[in-house]
Ligand binder design. Sequence first.
Ligand SMILES: Nc1ncnc2c1ncn2[C@@H]1O[C@H](COP(=O)(O)OP(=O)(O)OP(=O)(O)O)[C@@H](O)[C@H]1O
Ligand SMILES: [Mg+2]
Length: 260
Amino acid sequence: MHEENRSGPMPGSPPVLALQNIRKSFGDLSVLRDISLAVDQGNVVSVIGPSGSGKSTLLRCATFLESADAGNILYDGQYAMRDGLYGGKKELREFRRRFGLVFQNFNLFPHYSVMKNITEAPVLRGFSRAEAEEKAFSLLKKMGLEGKENAYPCQLSGGQQQRVAIARALAMEPEILFFDEPTSALDPELTGEVLKVIRQLAEENMTMVIVTHEMAFARAVSEWVVFMDGGVIIEEGPPESVLGDPSQERTRQFLRNYQQ
Ligand SMILES: Nc1ncnc2c1ncn2[C@@H]1O[C@H](COP(=O)(O)OP(=O)(O)OP(=O)(O)O)[C@@H](O)[C@H]1O
Ligand SMILES: [Mg+2]
């Protein structure tokens, strides 16, 4: 743990993200049933749970890739969605600047170089190309990818591609980063290098929500762990309680699958 580095939120400041009473159905299938979650500045929240429990849907609702049916979504205390009603297009565009997203399958633009993948969005948002490239070089260095700026995604390993995807998300200077199973498409040896950079971001107090099946990693980096099943939060708390000493039988049953 790295509490000594944690400045934590300013007293009285609202959480970076608050999800309140979120509900989402696909037809008759109720996927999120009254989910509430707050993420304070500088904290890492890991979301764990079996396949189909609603983890990705929760992230997709928080980032407007899906529209939730009911509830509130607030960033820094400001409503992006209130009582199931989203803000207008322009308003949501402003909210989107606040977060970055990293998916399981990297989702890089295959026909763009690494440099262009990272600088495209900042340049569109009004940064000069020189400024965007300078930032990209420093992010590539941080991700252990110095010298890869002219490579194309197909010339990189999965672990390298995922680190480019993280650099791309960071280039927009988000307040919060969302990860949806960032290592589940990777071989174990490539998983380690990606987890290492996420862990480094945690040490730098980056606010993050991470959906993961990497329990040891979740335990090491998270302030808070949320266990979901069937569209509800079954149990949540500090990693040492949820992962180390869970109170719910359903959580214990789930974690047994991860014990050697
Ligand atoms: N666009 C959609 N249309 C219909 N059903 C959907 C849609 N997206 C997700 N679902 C369903 O919602 C449920 C939750 O899916 P979700 O992808 O959120 O689960 P998950 O916890 O992320 O699972 P995994 O660990 O496998 O990624 C599943 O039953 C899924 O089939
Ligand atoms: Mg998922």
